[in-house]
Design a protein around this ligand. Structure first.
Ligand code: GLN
Length: 495
């Protein structure tokens, strides 16, 4: 597997490579591969070089280096970046230059990370395939005829194709974990409140969370360490101490109680996914974990509850895009007409569908029947987990019912919504969730296992994930990307 955060920081500290050299390599590789992959919406070559030079200078002067010094990182394009175009995958924000950096971006910069660009996503994070980006679809590095998953599809594809060392995504209902699974990389959705949402373009504020997408579990721990922690600018950010996530990574699974929820292993799971998960469960058992049969009885209500709560919050969050303060404006005969034209032209069909669903659910007289009831279901789902965690330390499930699917395969919106059936509950309950590659289907597509943990117990997820990753070593270059790599006699060879 190509460079991890651990490799890069070590090589930079040892003087084996320069940050500027890494930036050169990254942009050369992006130039060759990304025109065919479509992972990036914007690149910041100038900013990246500037940071790289500063790091190389600091190193030559023997100044202390940050924990991500010289590491090329990509950001999902719903994380705002000062003076670097941020669109959230929507025409309505085309041309907007944010006046500030998101909290997580400030943290990355302070740690010495090199921000190389912004990655593609389904518009405002609404989707599971990156096909709903207003600009272009992203392709799956394992097979260019398949989707990379979504909504953080660009972030997952960029890491899998080695266009960057790591990336950040956001996860409202699965958008970090599902693309990580489809692209054979690691994705971590932290506990709600673990990472500040300040500067994250809001989709559904009570569900949204930022997290790392990386090549290894250790890298996910490293990146979470940098971005986690209290931020008074986000009222839901938890004022809780951040543990050392790397500490328990090597502890293995001996003595851990791992719960398998019956409701997640029923009909409708692709046989290749099922086989990879079964093998992983056997390996967990063989390495000393106790496998516990558990039940999360309200699982079947997660999807309908999510598709009320998320669109309701989205309809309210997206009210701010009115043609006045941000992005696109289409003039009209009067103010109302201008609003209508701007929103009509600026939002794509899926976003409009969500706004209509959400506005309907929040209508006077309907609030109790829809939003309030969905919130009550949410409490039941949370209670299921509380109960289950009295009997186990970690919950093990599929990330998604299928591996990566073909473009256009889920044209019906409900089929697309069903792609998230196993990831939504985690957000409704505010829990941490990790997606870790655990094997392949017969066709050679990566399969992810999902680990769900107690609130604030990312450490146990990372520990379990690190064990799974050791057995299911995914080290090859994704074959779709391999076909795009320059031949040795064609000049620039990516590092
Ligand atoms: N696919 C889900 C949705 O469309 C989840 C997206 C996300 O996590 N941002 O809402």
């Amino acid at each position: 597997m190509s460079a991890t955060i651990a490799d890069v920081t070590r090589r930079i500290a040892a003087g084996e490579v320069t940050a500027e050299g890494l930036v050169d390599d990254a942009f050369a590789r992006i130039g060759t591969i990304d025109p065919h992959l479509g992972a990036f919406l914007a690149l910041d070559e100038r900013g990246a070089r500037q940071t790289a030079r500063a790091i190389d200078k600091a190193r030559s002067a023997n100044e202390p280096l940050g924990p991500l010094a010289g590491v090329p990182i990509a950001l999902k394009d719903n994380l705002v970046t000062k003076d670097l175009a941020t669109t959230a995958g929507s025409r309505i924000l085309e041309g907007w230059l944010p006046p500030y950096d998101a909290h997580v971006v400030e943290k990355l910069r302070a740690a010495g990370a090199i921000i190389i660009g912004k990655t593609n996503l389904d518009e405002f994070g609404m989707g599971s395939s990156t096909e709903r980006s207003a600009f272009k679809p992203t392709k799956n590095p394992w097979d260019l005829s398949l989707v990379p998953g979504g909504s953080s599809g660009g972030s997952a594809a960029a890491v899998a194709a080695n266009l960057c060392v790591a990336s950040l995504g956001t996860d409202t209902g699965g958008s970090i974990r599902q693309p990580a699974s489809f692209c054979g990389v690691v994705g971590l959705k932290p506990t709600y409140g673990r990472v500040s949402r300040w500067g994250v373009i809001a989709y559904a504020s009570s569900l949204d969370q930022v997290g790392p997408i990386t090549k290894t579990v250790a890298d996910a721990a490293h990146l979470l360490q940098v971005i986690a922690g209290h931020d008074p600018r986000d009222a839901t950010s938890l004022p809780t101490a951040v543990p050392n996530f790397a500490a328990a990574l090597e502890a293995g699974v001996d003595g851990l109680r791992i719960g398998l929820p019956r409701e997640y292993f029923g009909e409708g799971i692709d046989p290749g996914v099922r086989a990879a998960l079964d093998e992983t469960i056997e390996a967990l058992r063989a390495n000393g974990a106790t496998i516990v049969d558990i039940s999360l009885p309200h699982t079947h209500l997660a999807l309908p509850a999510y598709y009320l709560v998320a669109p309701a919050e989205a309809s309210s969050n997206l009210a701010r895009y009115d043609g006045v303060r941000f992005g696109k404006r289409v003039e009209g005969v009067d103010l109302l007409d201008m609003y209508k034209r701007s929103r009509g032209a600026g939002f794509g069909p899926e976003v409009k569908r969500r706004i209509m669903l959400g506005t309907y659910a929040l209508r006077a007289g309907y609030y109790d029947a829809y939003y309030k009831r969905a919130q009550q279901v949410r409490a039941l789902i949370k209670r299921d987990f509380d109960e289950a965690f009295t009997r186990c330390d970690v919950i093990f499930t599929p990330v998604a019912p299928t591996p990566a699917f073909a473009f256009g395969a889920k044209a019906n919106p409900v089929d697309m919504y069903l792609a998230d059936v196993f990831t939504l509950s985690c957000n409704l309950a505010g829990l941490p969730g990790l997606s870790v590659p655990c094997g392949f289907t017969k066709a050679g597509l990566p399969v992810g296992a999902q680990l769900l943990g107690k609130p604030l117990d990312e450490a146990t997820l990372l520990r379990t994930g690190a064990a799974i990753e050791r057995w299911a070593d995914i080290t090859e270059t994704p074959p779709g990307v391999a076909t795009l790599e320059p031949k040795p006699d064609q000049g620039t060879q990516p590092s």
